[in-house]
Ligand binder design. Sequence first.
Ligand code: SF4
Length: 368
Amino acid sequence: MTASLATSTTCAKNSDQTANLQALVQQIRDWAQELGFADLGITSADTGEHAQRLQHWLEQGYHGTMDYMANHGDKRYTPASLVPGTARVISVRMDYLTLPDNPEQALRNRENAYISRYTLGRDYHKLMRKRLAQLAKRIDSALEGHQHRAFVDSAPVLERALAQRAGLGWIGKNNMVIHPKAGSFFFLGEIYTSAPLPIDAPFTTDHCGSCSACLQLCPTNAFVDAHMLDARRCISYLTIELKESIPEELRPLMGNRVFGCDDCQLVCPWNKFSKHSEEDDFKPRHGLDNTSLAALMMWSEEQFLQRTEGSAIRRTGYHGWLRNLAVGLGNAPTTIPVLEALRARQDYPSEMVREHVEWALAQHGLAL
Ligand code: SF4
């Protein structure tokens, strides 16, 4: 074979392979849609400048007690360090808001608990993981020797950075990935794959512009700057991640938010384009979208465990749940049910719970 013939044969093989991978990507997009994913993008196994931002955030100590954010070395921002052989990252999005819902009204009703919208239904990890596994299995069947690992918030993965690089949206000043046609109320998941799939263009346009509504509205002033959240002040951190006492100066600012907080998303003008999900798993369970703080405070541990089975709320634990509710009740209007619920927990065995209950009673002028 002459040199030029050998070159043209190699070129033909390469272009065949490229065409095959491009066809596969189209197939992957179709499968993803069938499995309920609203969008899918592919990026290289690289998180670019996001690695440095993470480092800066950690150096400032803004991660609080979330030591896991600082562990794992470069695995969080170098996909091939976490899963050797990773050539690409497939990033997917699944919308989670369900209808009917009126989160703003839920926030205004200070006698009721406000629970972050993503956690009103069943724990999304299970559903997303199952769907991602199905997607990966289909890719396996189309690609001999395909190696993959799928993640849904289950490993050190810089998922928002990867989503932005895969073209799923820009990272807003509130640190959420936002798509101009779908807002930010969605879950992300990833498949780390060995397949050298063609990559999508990153989402490079920042549509925040001069808006800074999320930074200004944050109830606890947790944003040090655009894209820079001091998690130690963030209500999601305080009600979910923190296992200890909530700093007293932040309690009055938390209002009725007892598990997570959506304020920086609710105020975002792009969320008027949010999509709704038909997934049964994401629909509110046990009336958690519309229940009084007092009624939730009266749940026994058994009831808590039973009613939060398969729910992300379990993460806070029963004592954390009572602690958060005590703060909500301290911020609620002074009514008989509010005071009765607090008094019912005044002698609770956990010192942390008792201390929060005492604080709450003091807010109603009932110091011990
Ligand atoms: S509220 Fe404004 S600044 Fe914040 S993420 Fe939305 S568009 Fe960006």
